[in-house]
Write a protein that binds this ligand. Structure first.
Ligand code: UTP
Length: 289
């Protein structure tokens, strides 16, 4: 019997250097895709997967995130007075129930492993999800729901993966598999940014995980790895010595919104996926081309 995944950690405290200067005063994950911040899509994905509590790992100057997930009485009253119920409903859709979100300051961006470790007290002793919010994953069922379904089948730890573009595997965290049969395979290793030509597979870790709480004790004492950062990949490789890990090749399309062109592609793809915007978006794109 696997324990249910109720909580998700969303680390957003990185500097977002690839989308500066935009990410200077607006947290990277608050940049818009069509008409909603990136985080709005990821929080919806979490809820669809049955997540009840979201833990944000934030940095300085990111108060806009907390404000976004809070009530906004002035705007709501103005919309109600003008009878704009549809916009009001759109805004309320993102709001949690009181107590369903926590915000933790990382204090210094020492790496993804360190960011996750900051959530240890709020997560406690239960399995949890990690969602890297700059990765927007367009999928049905949503990517985290696919991961939870895989977890309910095999338990242990689940890492969502996808094929890296040809010749680019050395830029990512890459998994090593114990054979490949269908989308869910047992992992035997992983490596962060392998030297070109040494990649154990073409599958990269793409931004959704389900981990067991024993990861926290490992991250607590972990040395800095690639790039001088405390790497989650190193911690998971350590945990793999005592626990099972499966890689799930999810069905869907990922947009890396932490990258200029990825953010542009996400805007185009999500506009085209909206019935009320698709025709206008298509016409606008055609005109530009
Ligand atoms: P990235 O490396 O993609 O994000 O980390 P970044 O550091 O913001 O981006 P660049 O490379 O400078 O452009 C993946 C996720 O982990 C978070 C980031 O906010 C991002 O959502 N992160 C990373 C932290 O919360 N803390 C860290 O110390 C590092």
């Amino acid at each position: 019997m696997t324990r249910r995944v109720r909580k998700a950690v969303l680390p957003v405290a990185g500097l977002g250097t690839r989308v500066l200067p935009g990410a200077k005063t607006t947290p990277k994950n608050m940049l818009n895709v069509v008409d909603r911040p990136i985080l709005s899509y990821v929080v919806e994905e979490a809820r669809t997967a049955g997540i009840e509590h979201i833990v944000f790992i934030v940095g300085r100057g990111q108060g806009a995130i907390e404000d976004y997930f809070d009530a906004s009485p002035e705007i709501e009253q103005a919309l109600a007075a003008k009878g704009k119920a549809d916009i009001l409903n759109e805004m309320r859709r993102d709001l949690p129930e009181p107590g369903q979100m926590s915000f933790i300051r990382q204090m210094a961006p020492l790496g993804l492993g360190h960011a996750i470790w900051c959530a240890r007290d709020v997560i406690g002793d239960e399995p949890f999800a990690i969602m890297l919010p700059d990765m927007l994953m367009m999928a049905e069922p949503p990517a985290l729901a696919q991961a939870v379904a895989a977890y309910e089948r095999v338990g242990g730890n689940i890492v969502v993966v996808e094929p890296a573009p040809e010749g680019e595997a050395h830029k990512y965290g890459i998994v090593a598999l114990d054979g490949r049969d269908g989308p869910l395979n047992r992992m035997v290793g992983m490596v962060e940014k392998p030297a070109p030509g040494t990649e154990p597979s073409n599958l990269f870790i793409s931004g959704r995980y389900i981990l067991q709480p024993e990861i926290f004790a490992i991250l607590e004492t972990q040395e800095r790895g690639a790039g001088g950062e405390i790497q989650l990949t190193d911690g998971m490789a350590h945990l793999m010595k005592t626990q099972s890990f499966h890689a799930l090749e999810y069905a869907g399309t990922t947009y890396d919104c932490g990258d200029k062109l990825g953010l542009l592609r996400a805007n185009v793809a999500y506009a085209l996926a909206r019935p009320e915007l698709a025709d206008g978006a298509r016409a606008a794109i055609r005109a530009l081309l």
